[in-house]
Design a protein around this ligand. Structure first.
Ligand SMILES: Cc1ncc(C[n+]2csc(CCOP(=O)(O)OP(=O)(O)O)c2C)c(N)n1
Ligand SMILES: [Mg+2]
Length: 322
């Protein structure tokens, strides 16, 4: 993918992120976790995957990765509607797992998937997203060690965005570097400029190729900054100075790629393309309507347990009584 294609994705991600905040303020989405500032890290890494055989494992903040992988964006944003479906896109077809709000959760899933890919020999590579805060979870260490021992085709993609809600990264990451930990697990680790979409894309491509060729896992630590709040319920003014946000906003990944491209006509076209996508996604989301309550029980187990059937019976009784 060239810089222009990547830039188009960056703009869609930025404008849709802004729209999602507006939708939350308008009461359509109960909550949303913005990713302003992290577009290059997400778009560059997801665009480096092969959507016919690789698989991405997102956290709750990966709209930019969904855009770059071509995930159905109405279905993706439906994840934030707070209904029991956890999103309405098809994870298998999209190669994008259901988003995961358990900090560090997607990391172990990706390693398990990579083990499966190794066993079935399809050549697929897993890429898991996680944050600087998640890097201090025990699960993440276990996952990296396991992947190192078995030399699994997995990329540990850390978005080091400076914060875990209100806790700065120096309070979470002893030693200051997530990439440096890779050495201890016998795997490749690299710190990259997470606001440079081309650098992220190239570094991820390299890691994907290595994993596919049997060269094992890679830790990529993309240095970036969360320009907005942790979520729509957060007020960063309570724990970090506005001056810091303003200063970091000067290194906006969209401004960087726009400057490099320098073609006003193309940049304006990218904006109008994004505006059209945003309009369509908004309309699609508003048209979804209520999902059938009965489905709350449909996707829990392949064969429902007795306890679940009992809950379903009681739910139906109270729903019918209303
Ligand atoms: C296991 C677990 N512990 C705590 C939380 C609460 N929590 C949600 S997001 C978050 C911070 C995560 O920070 P980081 O990994 O840096 O990701 P970021 O939000 O910056 O993208 C915490 C502690 C959770 N969701 N899951
Ligand atoms: Mg963080």
């Amino acid at each position: 993918m060239n810089l222009r294609e990547l830039h188009r994705h960056l703009v869609v991600a930025r404008r849709l992120d802004e729209e999602a905040i507006a939708l939350q303020r308008q009461g359509v989405l109960p909550a949303y976790a913005p990713m302003k500032g992290q577009e290059a890290a997400q778009v560059g890494s997801a665009a480096a995957l092969d959507p016919t055989r690789d698989f991405a494992f997102p956290t709750y903040r990966e709209l930019g990765a969904a855009v770059a992988l071509g995930v159905d964006l109405v279905g993706y944003l439906a994840s934030h509607l707070g209904n029991w479906h956890g999103g309405l896109y098809d994870p298998m077809a999209s190669r994008f797992a259901p988003f995961n709000a358990v900090v560090g959760g997607p990391v172990t899933h990706a390693v398990g998937w990579a083990m499966g890919a190794r066993l079935d020999g399809t050549g697929g590579v897993a890429l898991t997203y996680f944050g600087d805060g998640a890097s201090s979870q025990g699960d993440v260490h276990e996952a990296m060690n396991f992947a190192g021992v078995y030399r699994l085709p997995v990329i540990f993609f850390c978005q080091h965005n400076g914060w875990a809600i209100s806790v700065p990264s120096e309070r979470q990451v002893a030693g200051g570097s997530v990439a440096a930990r890779a050495e201890g697990y016998g795997i490749t680790g690299r710190r990259i400029d997470g606001n440079d979409v081309a650098e992220v894309y190239e570094a991820t491509r390299e890691a994907v190729d290595r994993a596919r060729d049997g060269g094992g896992p890679t830790v990529l630590e993309a240095m970036t900054y969360r320009l907005g709040p942790h979520s729509t319920s957060d007020d960063p003014g309570r724990y970090r100075p506005l001056a810091e946000e303003r200063q970091r906003a000067q290194d906006d990944p969209l401004l960087r790629s726009a400057r490099l491209i320098g073609d006003e006509e193309f940049l304006a076209e990218a904006e109008s393309h994004a505006a059209k996508v945003v309009r369509e996604v908004r309309e699609g989301l508003l048209a979804l309507g209520e999902q059938p309550g009965e489905e709350m029980f449909s996707f829990v187990y392949r064969e429902p347990t007795r306890a679940l059937l009992e809950q379903q019976r009681r739910w139906k009784e109270s729903a019918d009584a209303q």
